[in-house]
Design a protein around this ligand. Structure first.
Ligand SMILES: C[S@@+](CC[C@H](N)C(=O)[O-])C[C@H]1O[C@@H](n2cnc3c(N)ncnc32)[C@H](O)[C@@H]1O
Length: 187
């Protein structure tokens, strides 16, 4: 179980209005809840929930604007699940459809861009994290040479260099499409 201190928030990057998705789950299980998504439809669908503060825009852009608007939250738990990772198992029409959606927004659905977005987001979120706060990056795993892959493939090594502690990670034995990696911020 994870206990929050007073005034800590939960932050999500990459939302969904699905009943079985992370957004409604996190909003129901914690303190003040904020989520960021670049898709206006997703943000619009969440507007009926009064316990969700939903920010529309590119995560890196939105996080940068917080500084200027003096919104400086203390984040107890961050779930990073934004810019999608183009899984090889999605080859074919599914991946093409995703690419079109991303392309229309001026985004490239590539491994490099997915990792860059999560690294930049992690760098902006890290100073806002509470001591002992957890950062979890979805779709992130390591292989048998201990190389990181997925959305957090550059963010996780960066966070570990900031002396974050590795709490849980998907390794070579597990199915990669539902992998995640969790670190604890230690100050
Ligand atoms: C995998 S879905 C999120 C799923 C949800 N977190 C869950 O676990 O149920 C990824 C979301 O990230 C959003 N996204 C993609 N690029 C983004 C970016 N640059 N900034 C913010 N959100 C982004 C997409 O619009 C999409 O809604």
């Amino acid at each position: 179980m994870f206990l929050f201190q007073e005034n800590e928030i939960i932050l999500e990057v990459g939302a969904t209005s699905r009943q079985d998705g992370s957004t409604l789950f996190l909003a129901a299980h914690g303190p003040e809840f904020h989520t960021i998504d670049i898709d206006p439809d997703v943000i619009g669908e969440l507007s009926v929930y009064t316990n969700i503060t939903a920010w529309l825009g590119d995560a890196v852009y939105v996080l940068k604007t917080w500084k200027h608007t003096h919104f400086i939250p203390r984040i107890g738990f961050a779930w990073l699940d934004g810019w999608d990772w183009p899984y090889e198992v999605l080859e074919g029409p599914t991946l093409d459809a995703y690419r079109q959606v991303y392309g229309k927004r001026g985004q490239e659905l590539t491994e490099k861009e997915s990792a860059r977005s999560h690294l930049e987001s992690a760098k902006l979120i890290f100073p806002l994290m509470a001591s002992d706060g957890l950062i979890v990056i979805d779709d992130t795993w390591y292989d048998d040479t201990l190389t990181w892959h997925g959305k957090g493939e550059t963010a996780i090594p960066w966070l570990l260099k900031q002396r974050c502690q590795l709490m849980d990670a998907t390794g070579p034995a597990r199915v990669v499409t539902n992998g995640f990696t969790c670190v604890k911020v230690e100050r």
